[in-house]
Design a protein around this ligand. Structure first.
Ligand code: NAP
Length: 251
């Protein structure tokens, strides 16, 4: 039987780990798709393509032209557009789709979280909350914070952005995770951070700042995940492998 060609919609640690497992298994051929936001992403096993497809229709065309057998949406929990596109493209082409999404972080004793529904609500909540804020939400959704000109922001990104961040007062640190709690506590103390804004991304790579905030008694404005789509879903790479193996055996 020819290997099953698996399109992994990537950009996460879990997507990279799934590509490793599939690449090591003769029954599968992984093709990881990256949006192309990072200049020099970490190397991945198997084939890699970069850049958008052109909406759900473009993705459907790609699935057909690249002879994809199955799609795994392992994108970040907050990357909703590509997930919606994957759902529509697989509906249109009749391809199986599985969502691989790591569990959200849960509040632990000692955490001081302020739960908000989205980035705009986080910006509204910050007014009156902090003066020196670690805004840890990536570079694409900073606009809602632009009017908060009495707050100093610490930003951290992998690459220097093409456009300067739309904030009145900030410092930009360039660094790539994973980040452990000890190093995060040092960073927070050095910059005298009094509040953190974070998406509830889940996983271990960026959990260090949450653990450090607990240790230092700092509040975290925690942005909740968008509502999940109606897609067959697993939380762990091993479960995705089992699902793929079963699917292959029944084909
Ligand atoms: P998004 O808003 O859901 O998607 C915007 C557009 O980017 C999509 O319509 C698609 O363009 C393209 N795209 C996104 N992911 C892609 C992929 N894996 N392969 C090919 N094209 C992709 O996505 P986003 O939130 O900007 O995230 C972009 C990437 O960064 C994702 O791969 C995600 O896993 C990763 N990431 C996101 C976050 C976050 O907080 N959102 C955090 C860490 C990593 P077309 O419509 O032209 O196909």
């Amino acid at each position: 039987m020819a290997p099953s060609r698996v399109l992994i919609l990537g950009g996460t640690v879990e997507a990279a780990r799934l590509a490793e497992h599939l690449d090591a298994n003769a029954g599968f051929e992984p093709i990881t798709s990256l949006a192309g936001r990072t200049h020099s992403p970490a190397p991945l096993p198997g084939a890699v393509r970069r850049g958008g497809f052109g909406g759900s229709e473009g993705l459907a065309r790609y699935i057909d032209s690249a002879a994809i057998d199955v799609v795994i949406d392992a994108t970040h929990p907050f990357a909703m557009r590509i997930s919606q596109n994957a759902l529509e493209a697989c509906d249109a082409t009749g391809h199986p789709l599985l969502r691989l999404e790591r569990p959200a972080w849960r509040r632990q004793p000692g955490d001081s979280w302020i739960d908000v529904a989205n980035v705009e609500a986080a910006a509204r909540r910050l007014g009156g909350q902090g003066r020196r804020v670690f805004l840890s939400i990536g570079r694409l959704e900073l606009a809602p914070f632009a009017s908060l000109d009495d707050i100093w922001f610490l930003l951290r990104m992998i690459d220097r952005p093409g456009e300067p961040p739309p904030l009145a007062d900030f410092e930009l640190v360039l660094d790539r995770g994973p980040f452990d709690a000890e190093a995060e506590a040092v960073l927070l103390a050095r910059h005298q951070i009094d509040t953190i804004v974070s998406k509830n991304s889940g996983g271990t790579a960026t959990y260090g700042k949450i653990a450090a905030a607990r240790r230092l008694g700092l509040p975290v404005v925690m942005i909740g995940r968008p509502s999940p789509l109606a897609v067959n879903s697993v939380e762990a790479v091993g479960d995705a492998m089992n699902w793929l193996t079963k699917l292959r055996l029944t084909q």
